[in-house]
Design a protein around this ligand. Structure first.
Ligand code: B12
Length: 325
């Protein structure tokens, strides 16, 4: 019997050929390709075929197994145990999980306001993502995020889909004091999709990179991943340093990499003190220093530091700093 041809739809993308490639499976799961290889090396969760050239190819059962493993991990099961369960799973366990609505309790036990999330100016896509977030369904969330990224790109996905849903969950959480678990799972799905875009980006066409970091003690890192992924998609070289970046370490990174621009994010007033920005080292040629996020205190921003208020403006300022727009 010849190799079976898979024709599967993932995130709006048709994947055809003798099974799924590492990249296609990674996109489907919203994880980095290197994670798949790590799982294979550590837990023997491997593809059942290879091409003649030795490239890994996953069939539908392999993909279902990996999806089960990913679901278990996102649900808090340690990877080793998740891999054991996925390898031992029979066809029934590997089938689609039950519709989350049937397992999510409803009514008063689920909290005041029911299991709906109010999203500003809702669209069909934000409604679906908000629904999947409230049902805590990571596979649906990842599908929706990937479908959007592969159709309209990172920038529009962040602005039109992710920002409204994140703002909605933030408001819901602030009003009720609940839904931290929803906020965490949604953040984890968004973060893994954006990290996968970064990991799979084509090589940059720029020479001096853009450094993206959160202010010291600032944990809200999604905006810097969204900016990094948006720039990487345009083949701008980036280094995303992520959450809680001590200023001294940011200074060392600036000295080591000689970036064309540095972007620092602050969501909260507690992390938006502009004074430490003045001590960041100068470089030759000079870099642009740009800050964004509602946390920054405007008064006291050192001369020459630009503050941007919108994602699109940040993207434009960074593009122009590297001479790419
Ligand atoms: C996800 C999330 C988390 C996750 C973060 C995970 C991660 N890896 O990033 C976790 C669970 C870790 C978390 C922790 C906390 N969080 Co929180 N979190 C959020 C949430 C829901 C989204 C964060 C985000 O990505 N924001 C970015 C975008 C989506 O939101 P925005 O900044 O409001 O967007 C506006 C503009 O900035 C602009 N914009 C959007 N994107 C971009 C991008 C760029 C580059 C630019 C320039 C502009 C821009 O457009 C928007 C419309 O005007 C927000 C809600 C919110 N509105 O931000 C709360 C929120 C930021 N968190 C809040 C709080 C209080 C906390 C905690 C202190 C909770 C706690 N008690 O522990 C901790 C803080 C820990 C710390 N030291 O940082 C508050 C902050 C209140 C304040 N003003 O200080 C918020 C606003 C929720 C709320 N309404 O109360 N959080």
């Amino acid at each position: 019997m010849g190799p079976k041809v898979c024709a599967l739809v993932q995130g709006g993308e048709q994947v055809t050929g003798v099974g799924w490639s590492v990249g296609a499976v990674a996109r489907r799961l919203g994880i980095a390709p290197s994670t798949l290889r790590t799982w294979e090396r550590r837990y023997n969760i491997e593809p059942s075929r290879h091409t003649e050239g030795g490239h890994r190819r996953y069939d539908e059962t392999d993909v279902a197994r990996l999806e089960l493993m990913n679901r278990l991990i996102l649900g808090g099961v340690p990877p080793e145990e998740a891999a054991r369960s996925a390898l031992a799973a029979g066809p029934e366990e590997l089938a689609e999980p039950p519709a989350p609505s049937s397992v999510v309790p409803s009514g008063p036990a689920w909290g005041a306001g029911g299991n709906r999330l109010a999203v500003p100016d809702p669209t069909p896509a934000t409604r679906k993502l908000a629904g999947a977030a409230m049902k805590m369904d990571p596979v649906a969330m990842q599908d929706l995020v990937w479908e959007s990224i592969s159709t309209v790109g990172v920038a529009r996905t962040w602005q039109e889909l992710l920002t409204p849903v994140l703002v909605g969950i933030g408001e819901r959480q602030a009003a009720s004091g609940r839904y931290v678990e929803v906020e965490h799972l949604l953040s984890s799905c968004v973060q893994s999709a954006l990290s996968a875009v970064l990991a799979m980006a084509d090589p940059p066409l720029t020479t001096r990179p853009v450094l993206l970091a959160c202010a010291a003690d600032e944990q809200h890192s999604l905006p810097v991943y969204a900016l990094g992924a948006g720039l990487a998609e345009e083949r701008v070289g980036v280094r995303v340093l992520g959450a809680r970046m001590p200023y001294r370490a940011l200074g060392d990174a600036i000295g080591r990499l000689g970036p064309a621009a540095v972007f620092v994010w602050s969501s909260m007033a507690a992390t938006g003190d502009p004074l430490p920005l003045a001590d960041l080292p100068a470089t030759r040629p000079a870099h642009r220093l740009i800050v964004g996020g509602p946390g920054w205190r405007e008064a006291g921003l050192p001369a020459g530091v630009r503050r941007v208020h919108a994602y699109q403006d940040a993207l434009q300022a960074l593009r122009s700093a590297v001479g790419a727009g």
